[in-house]
Design a protein around this ligand. Structure first.
Ligand SMILES: [Zn+2]
Ligand SMILES: [Zn+2]
Length: 341
């Protein structure tokens, strides 16, 4: 009997612990993946803390997995996958195929979305089983460590920007310079936007410039963020990666007429926006949920095309708990990635 190691949480409130499990067989339409790397996303907190319905323990979280297919379930080959293929599985871990959004072809807002680490065991393990429709092919040019964060942080920023109304030359601001924002700035620059990075303090200005920002706004410098954006002409789009409702609220008056705030940072605190702030300038505030497996594959391809890579700190699987704590403390520079090698 062959076994694999997983970093599981036995019950709500328990720490991450390494356990040995029997290697499972993939069911119909599924594949078994030898996980090589898995990014640590802030959204894991919703599963670790059982803040969402249907979270089950013992829990193996992790929804930024990258590795190699080791076994095909029945029918997976007919969907174009082979043993040895390098694949990523991100936030989009498959859709149900029968809810109204799925029947309309809008799979990313599936009402029964199968997020790894929620619907099934995720990537903080040496092995995982995933449905074929969750797989994104990894280009040769990217390592698993580089590809893993693209399954959630990467696709969410890339897709959020490409599905926004911003066009080349438009002023686009990226709020926050963490796991998502440091990728968002690179994507915004590569898409041809006049790119603004907004973060707390002056220390990140040089980093922002290195990532491709044309302007840097220190939100603690005294000038209101909205005024700073308006002095640059007003933003067509603010990509709000910071999980901070107050910080998001502070950008709204920095939008030009018909500008949009695209919300991708998760926070349960209400936004403090008056209807009049939206009404007269026809401003829009919109949520943007990640992307499908094809969107992840597009993100990976675009990253190769434009030389975009995540900045990561890697730790071995045995230290998944430490990586999670470091991410939660906001200390990651800029994405923690757990590796099994
Ligand atoms: Zn995520
Ligand atoms: Zn569905």
């Amino acid at each position: 009997m062959s076994t694999y190691r997983a970093a599981q949480i036995a019950a709500l409130g328990s720490p991450f612990e390494i356990v040995e499990r029997e290697v499972p067989r993939p069911g119909p339409g599924h594949v078994r993946i030898a996980v090589e790397a898995c990014g640590v996303c802030h959204s894991d907190a919703a599963f670790v803390g059982a803040l969402l319905p249907g979270v089950r323990f013992p829990l193996v979280a992790g929804h930024e997995a990258a590795g190699r297919i080791e076994e095909l379930g029945e029918g997976a080959a007919q969907r174009g996958w082979q043993v040895g293929d390098r694949v990523a599985v991100g936030w989009f871990g498959g859709s149900c195929g029968h809810c109204p959004p799925c029947r309309q072809g809008d799979f990313v807002v599936c009402q029964n979305l199968k997020v790894p680490g929620w619907a099934y065991d995720g990537g903080y393990a040496e092995q995982m089983i995933a449905p074929a429709d969750a797989l994104a092919r990894i280009p040769e040019a990217l390592s698993s460590v580089e590809a893993a964060p693209m399954g959630c942080a990467g696709v969410t920023t890339y897709n959020g920007l490409r599905r926004s109304p911003a066009r080349p030359g438009d002023l686009v601001a990226v709020l926050g310079l963490g796991g998502l924002g440091h990728l968002g700035v690179q994507f915004a620059n590569a898409m041809g936007f006049e790119t603004v990075a907004i973060a707390r303090g002056g220390a990140k200005a040089e980093l922002a410039e290195r990532l491709g920002a044309h302007h840097y706004i220190d939100s603690t410098a005294g000038t209101p963020v909205a005024d700073a954006l308006q002095s640059l002409g007003g933003a067509r789009v603010v990509l709000a990666t910071a999980a901070n409702s107050d910080a998001i609220t502070a950008t709204v008056e920095g939008l030009r007429p018909r500008g949009e705030v695209v919300v991708i940072g998760a926070d349960a605190t209400p936004l403090g926006i008056a209807p009049n702030q939206l009404l007269f300038s026809a401003r829009v505030i919109r949520g943007h949920p990640s992307g499908t497996a094809q969107d992840v594959q597009d993100t990976l391809a675009f990253s190769v095309l434009k030389g975009i890579r995540p900045m990561v700190e890697t730790v071995p699987l045995a230290q998944t708990g430490e990586a999670y704590d470091r991410m939660m403390a906001g200390a990651a520079r800029f994405r923690m990635v757990v590796t099994t090698g």
